[in-house]
Design a protein around this ligand. Structure first.
Ligand code: FES
Length: 140
């Protein structure tokens, strides 16, 4: 027969395991927030040759674990998104007119909206301001 205190420990361990599992219900891999800015970030457009061309994207090292993507739409318009897939945190890459996750195939529009694949949500989307050569990516 198992001693009572041993059963108690076992039940306690089971309860802890259940509590831990319950705490993760609804969690997504995006909870890692690998591409979320904690402060505004300025980008000098002239330092990124790719941003001279409409339709091109440049990955900006803004101090986040995954870079921030800036895409020039026209002379004064940009799309600015994170590059972390919300499924399991992989980094997305440009694919045609949007973004694709190389890990399990999630596809996103250039604006960051999810169009297919296992990602539960789109990419992080940033507001921005343009002042001459300075594009300021606004922290959420
Ligand atoms: S990590 Fe992107 S689709 Fe799975």
């Amino acid at each position: 027969m198992v001693p009572t205190d041993s059963l108690t420990r076992r039940r306690f361990a089971h309860a802890v395991a259940l509590t831990g599992a319950a705490a993760c219900v609804g969690c997504t891999a995006s909870d890692g927030n690998l591409d979320v800015l904690s402060a505004d970030h300025e980008v000098l457009l002239s330092e990124h040759a790719g941003l001279a061309n409409v339709g091109e994207s440049v990955l900006i090292d803004a101090g986040t674990l995954r870079p921030i993507a800036v895409t020039r739409i026209d002379a004064e318009t940009f799309e600015v998104t994170g590059t972390e897939c919300s499924h399991q945190n992989c980094g997305v890459t440009r694919s045609g007119g949007g973004w694709r996750c190389p890990c399990h195939g999630a596809v996103f529009t250039l604006e960051g909206a999810r169009t297919s694949g296992p990602a539960p949500q789109g990419l992080t989307v940033y507001d921005w301001m343009l002042d001459g050569d300075v594009l300021t990516i606004l922290a959420p």
